[in-house]
Write a protein that binds this ligand. Structure first.
Ligand code: BGC
Length: 557
């Protein structure tokens, strides 16, 4: 996102006249729920606020988001320099904290579809939804390259292949930062999490990535190079360490590699409360010093906004933080605000989202779902022949929006149940069934006599981040029991797997006629149904190795 020469000049002039109090305030990004009073936005000259997973303003409607955005911007405009806020949130598969929003497949599914235009389109739609709610900063795309599927964030990554991640990440950045027209609100992208988040030992979230600089560069840097070339405005640091040093404290990684060598001109933001435990004895002032001196520009804090403000001023006055570093950080943050048009009009016009947009977006999501499906095994079951007349669908995952959306869906961890609008896989199968087909359903394995095809839907319960780290890559026990009960069926079985990563399913692969991986498809379950009734076979390809299968291969017979 390139600011104009005029906008840049405005930034320089602004920085030149700002007081230290005003400057350090711009470096703080806070959860608005922790503000003692909204006046603190102007009193501390805060740079941004954010809504994290599940932190939506109640009652979680478009109107409540807009009203939060307007309210906090009003307070920012009352501050001495009247600089608007960055308003950030995670839109990692659609505007996923907003109830009623279309949720797209998680990145792993988009990686299986491997269609950059589609990734860009989804990112653009997400930005439009976000801009329509007054938010101007998306903490996306996640440009992680996954080394080990045990990692609880595997589904946030497009692929284990660096080249695929780079290509799709660049497309996502372009989509997020779409220019909706002069004077219109737009959204800043944030590539995350710098660097090596998907390469930790054992796939442990927030763990240690142990490798040489050469390997780190070869496997994890190219997506950042691609995102920067696509104009990404911000980059979020990662919780993980690299050879024992936290990324948030690494001058080598942030200042030398990212800013100097790659020439990144945007700003660097910390992950949620990530600097809190950086320094010995958790001394916050030392953590601030370590990270800001290493090159961090903006601190994401759930509640320590006052400590950040006071701490940065103290470091400046004691000479532990050079003013030049603060000026650089503020200039980077204000340049992003300028590029968003926030310094020209202060209140860019919000694009609107109509009911027609919603319908159109659901169609696009359905197509993305269709393209993301990977047929792991097909013993001449698909495409479904006209000989199947009585289909029995079973499993709780077949009829549950929350389960098919996974983590980062309305709440941080996601949950079962009707968490938002959408169509379940069962509803899709029923809506699209030809008139001569009957589609019955049970949560368990009991089924009507005369069933000629079983579609069993099983999966992993929703999770996010470290909550999803897995030791064994097995399905949950109840899901294993459910599938085991079907292994001796004399009716052919199609297994549909809802999962954020490759799992060990060899016993079922062997027993069932066909297995279709649908990843975490999001709200549009009818995309799965469309693919099943289609005369062509699903075309998605594994974005990473599957345990027990040949490398990146599927068993199509
Ligand atoms: C995650 C980030 C996210 C942030 C804000 C953190 O826990 O690691 O990916 O952007 O929360 O919600």
């Amino acid at each position: 996102m390139e600011p104009s020469a005029k906008q840049l000049a405005r930034v320089k002039a602004l920085v030149a006249k700002m007081t230290p109090e005003e400057k350090v305030g711009q470096m703080i990004l806070v959860d608005p729920r922790s503000l003692e009073t909204p006046d603190d936005i102007s009193r501390y000259h805060l740079g941004g606020i954010f809504v994290n997973g599940g932190g939506a303003p109640p009652p979680n409607t478009m109107e409540s988001w807009i009203s939060l955005a307007e309210k906090v911007q009003d307070y920012a405009l009352k501050s001495s320099q009247a600089i608007p806020l960055l308003l950030g949130t995670d839109g990692v598969h659609g505007h996923n904290n907003l109830d009623g929003s279309v949720l797209f497949p998680h990145n792993i599914g988009l990686g299986a579809g491997n269609n950059p235009e589609q990734v860009a389109e989804i990112a653009r739609i997400t930005s439009l939804a976000m801009a329509a709610t007054g938010f101007n900063w998306n903490f996306a795309p996640c440009v992680a390259v996954v080394d080990n599927p045990r990692w609880g964030r595997t589904y946030e990554s497009f692929s284990s292949e660096t080249e695929t991640v780079s290509r799709l990440s660049a497309a996502a950045v372009r989509g997020v930062q779409t220019d909706f027209g002069s004077g219109k609100a737009r959204v800043l992208a944030c590539a995350k999490h710098f660097i090596g988040d998907g390469g930790t030992a054992g796939g442990v979230d927030r763990g240690n990535t142990q490798m040489s600089m050469g390997e780190l560069r070869a496997r994890f840097l190219p997506p950042y190079i691609a995102a920067i070339a696509a104009g990404v405005g911000s980059i979020m640091l990662s919780y993980n360490q690299w050879n024992g040093t936290p990324c948030h404290a690494s001058r080598l990684l942030i200042s030398a590699l990212l800013k100097r060598e790659l020439g990144f001109k945007g700003f660097v933001v910390s992950d949620w409360d990530a600097i809190d435990n950086l320094a010995p004895e958790n001394r916050f002032i030392d953590a601030l010093s370590l990270s800001i001196n290493a090159g961090l520009d903006m601190i994401m804090t759930s509640r320590k906004y006052k400590a950040c403000h006071a701490g940065l001023l103290e470091l400046l006055s004691q000479g532990d933080l050079p003013l030049s570093r603060v000026n650089d950080a503020v200039e980077r943050i204000l340049t992003a605000k300028a590029a968003l048009g926030l310094l020209d009009t202060q209140r860019p016009e919000l694009p609107s989202m109509t009911a027609i947009d919603h319908l159109e977006n659901r169609k696009i999501a359905r197509r993305a779902v269709r393209e993301s499906l990977v047929l792991l095994k097909n013993d001449a079951l698909l495409p479904l022949g006209s000989n199947y007349k009585r289909i029995h669908v079973c499993g709780e995952f077949a009829d549950d929006i929350g389960l098919q959306c996974g983590g980062w869906s309305i709440s941080w961890q996601g949950s079962k149940g009707k968490i938002t609008e959408g169509t379940t896989i069962l509803e899709g199968l029923r809506n699209l069934a030809a008139p001569e087909l009957t589609v019955s359903y049970s949560q368990g394995v009991e089924m009507p006599d005369g069933t000629d095809l079983i579609i069993a839907v099983a999966g992993e319960y929703p999770y996010a981040e470290f909550h999803g780290d897995s030791k064994d890559l097995e399905l949950p026990l109840d899901q294993q029991a459910f599938l085991t009960a079907l292994t001796n069926s004399d009716v052919p079985v199609l297994l549909i797997l809802i999962t954020g990563r490759p799992l060990v399913i060899t016993p079922y692969l062997d027993k069932f006629e066909a297995t279709l991986v649908v990843w975490l498809p999001g709200t549009e379950g009818d995309g799965v149904a469309e693919a099943l009734y289609n005369r062509d076979l699903p075309t998605g390809k594994l974005p990473m190795d599957w345990p027990g299968l040949r490398e990146h291969d599927t068993i199509i017979e």
